[in-house]
Design a protein around this ligand. Structure first.
Ligand SMILES: Cc1ncc(COP(=O)(O)O)c(C=O)c1O
Length: 429
């Protein structure tokens, strides 16, 4: 349409078909589904809903005076530079501090072998985009981190899940799978694993399995992506060596971690440690995405680590989480049916529960939200192949013990209603 001066203006009175973009989306956008976790996060904002769905660390316990002091120090000393762009790889001081944090856990890296990222999530995305062409195989635990699901879908990975048991990923089953693939002339590009306090599985890979995994991956020349956001969030048992440490600098592991669970997810700061050629490619990938991570957050973290003992804060968190985990386990015992099973985590933020196979947790979630005002993550969100339909992820870090007990009671009531309905329809006794 032309106006009086002959210039083109769109006619906004005619409604346009919202589906008109469908055939223009790139293949990587067409396949992508939002993770159920993200969708549910919007529900957790509703005051009437008890959400055991998110992965929220307890940020209430971060001391207000420390928060204020640290920002003051940043404003006093680094006003201009914290308002400025920074290097893509991250501020050198922060990378040095990250190496110190890793070294305390026996994982040695050099500052120029570290890339600071926008949270652990960006670290995962960079690792996947650096290696995965459409159809390339990625091995992941089953279940795997629900936040990695849309990333793997975006880059059109062919994901093969390896079952988890209480000792972590089954290396016997992994080996069988690798043999089957090798017989077809195929080899995975990456093995993506969360060895400590698995999200959502709640289990930790045993030392023996860690050693076997590193040896097997080296023998088959497959890179491991070790995602370790929860290592220090341990409230029982002894720390185990990272895969990075067991690899001993042989270049077989890409190590990812984050300040989200040991400090605060609002900082959006994570990191990658990797062999130099891989890190260079990931750095280029990051340049293309966001140039650099927030310099303000990096400055905050540097000042915080200089002034405070971060392990003391994590120890406080771990005490809180242990109490909440115990509250959740006790409530599960009380309110879930006898056929249900669940994991018993020694750290991290999640319990993974499995219900009788006739209960579809996606349907249960709809009922739980609508009639019982409670939310969790349905198990399907943690698989790329439709498994997990009778499982669920339950978070205990983001709610008080009372709220957790109430929330599990409500989910128990929703399950009972589904079991009753099945009985009424004549299925089972
Ligand atoms: C296994 C795992 N990896 C990565 C992330 C993402 O971490 P961030 O919040 O630092 O992006 C999470 C967050 O919950 C996680 O559980």
């Amino acid at each position: 349409m032309n106006d009086a001066k002959g210039a083109f203006t769109a006619d906004r009175t005619v409604p346009r078909d919202p589906s008109r973009f469908e055939d223009r989306f790139a293949a990587r956008a067409t396949g992508i589904k939002s993770s159920a976790m993200r969708d549910l996060m919007s529900l957790s904002e509703r005051p009437d809903i008890i959400s055991l769905a998110g992965g929220f660390p307890d940020t209430d316990s971060f001391p207000a005076e420390v928060f204020a002091d640290v920002w003051h120090a940043v404003a006093d000393r680094h006003k201009a530079s914290s308002l400025q762009y920074g290097p893509t790889e991250g501020l050198l001081e922060l990378r040095e501090l990250i190496c110190r944090i890793m070294a305390e856990d026996g994982a040695h890296a050099q500052p120029d072998g570290v890339l600071v990222t926008a949270g652990g999530q960006q670290a995962i995305a960079l690792a996947i985009r650096t290696f995965i062409d459409p159809g390339d195989i990625v091995i992941a635990e089953g279940p795997t981190y629900p936040g990695a699901v849309p990333t793997l879908t975006t880059y059109q990975a062919r994901v093969i899940h390896i079952p988890l048991d209480p000792d972590g990923m089954s290396i016997d089953l992994l080996e069988e799978q690798l043999d089957r693939l090798a017989a077809q002339g195929q080899r995975p590009k990456l093995i993506y694993t969360i060895p400590n306090f698995h999200n959502p599985g709640g289990v930790t890979m045993s030392r023996g399995r860690r050693e076997r995994l590193v040896a097997l991956a080296a023998e088959r020349d497959i890179l491991i992506v070790e995602d370790n956001p929860y290592g220090p969030v341990r409230f029982e048992g002894e720390a185990l060596p990272s895969l990075w440490e067991l690899d001993g600098g042989a270049g077989g592991v890409i190590y990812l971690s984050t300040f989200s669970k040991i400090l605060a997810p609002g900082m959006r700061i994570g990191w990658v440690a990797a062999p130099a050629p891989i890190l260079r490619k990931m750095n280029l990938g990051k340049q293309a995405i966001d140039l650099c991570s927030s310099t303000m957050s990096q400055r905050f973290i540097i000042e915080y680590l200089r002034r405070c003992d971060w392990r003391e804060h994590v120890a406080r968190l771990n005490t809180i989480y242990r109490g909440r985990r115990d509250a959740m386990l006790a409530a599960l015992e009380h309110h879930f049916p006898a056929e249900a099973t669940w994991t018993r985590p020694d750290g991290g933020l999640f319990v993974w529960a499995t219900l009788p196979d006739y209960i579809h947790t996606g349907e249960l979630l709809a009922r739980a939200i609508e009639r019982h005002q409670v939310a969790f993550v349905p198990g399907e969100a943690a698989f790329l192949d439709g498994q997990g339909q009778n499982s669920m992820r339950l978070n205990y870090s983001g709610a008080s013990e009372e709220v957790i007990t109430e929330g599990i009671g409500r989910i128990g009531a929703a399950i009972e209603a589904m079991v009753d309905l099945r009985r009424a329809l004549g299925g089972g006794q």
